[in-house]
Design a protein. Sequence first.
Length: 224
Amino acid sequence: MNDLIIAPSILAADLARLGDEVDQVIRAGADWVHFDVMDNHYVPNLSFGPVVCQALRRHGIKAPIDVHLMVSPVDRIIPDFAAAGADLISFHPEASAHVDRSLQLIRDQGCQTGLVFNPATPLDALRYVIDKVDLILLMSVNPGFGGQQFLPVTLEKLREARALIDAQSRPIRLEVDGGVGPDNIEAVVAAGADTVVAGSAIFGQPDYAAVIDTLRQRAARAAS
Ligand SMILES: O=C(CO)[C@H](O)[C@H](O)COP(=O)(O)O
Ligand SMILES: [Fe+2]
């Protein structure tokens, strides 16, 4: 298995102290910053945009920023996130009129690409564009809110995505997002995830290092 990447979703952080929260969670052992962008159109909630991403960079955050766009349309905002310091930009295929063009746009801006699949969305959109995809993100809740219950059907879909990735000749990361924590990380890693988003499971605890250690220990059980 690839090294496990833990990407805390800052949606669940104390947003009044965002820079310090991100510093603290990276010092506690997290790998990436998962940055949820919601537009009150594609999803029924509103979060934050490129100025907040840029503010994290100006604050001195060096960790990769994993931008999860829950916006429609997607193309207009991609260059703004690239300029704001995003490393990876993922979008939902149904939110883009031209998926191949949006993937190319992300690459042209020097970022890595991701495609995101809602719980009820099949993986079909990957069929003709997988050579332009660096990460597949499977939603294990319906997008729009943190703190929801993990949908177990995701495990079957992770296995399907893992088989698809293993048939490729280049590396693609497999990320899972929504309701993941110490109780189910072993199952998602056993099903093929190598990148795990956790929002409320991490920021909802007083000791970030302790919960990240627990996540890694439980994930390691899947490999043994
Ligand atoms: O994309 C998201 C919601 O649309 C979030 O990344 C996700 O909900 C993470 O939060 P939690 O771990 O609390 O479920
Ligand atoms: Fe997300």
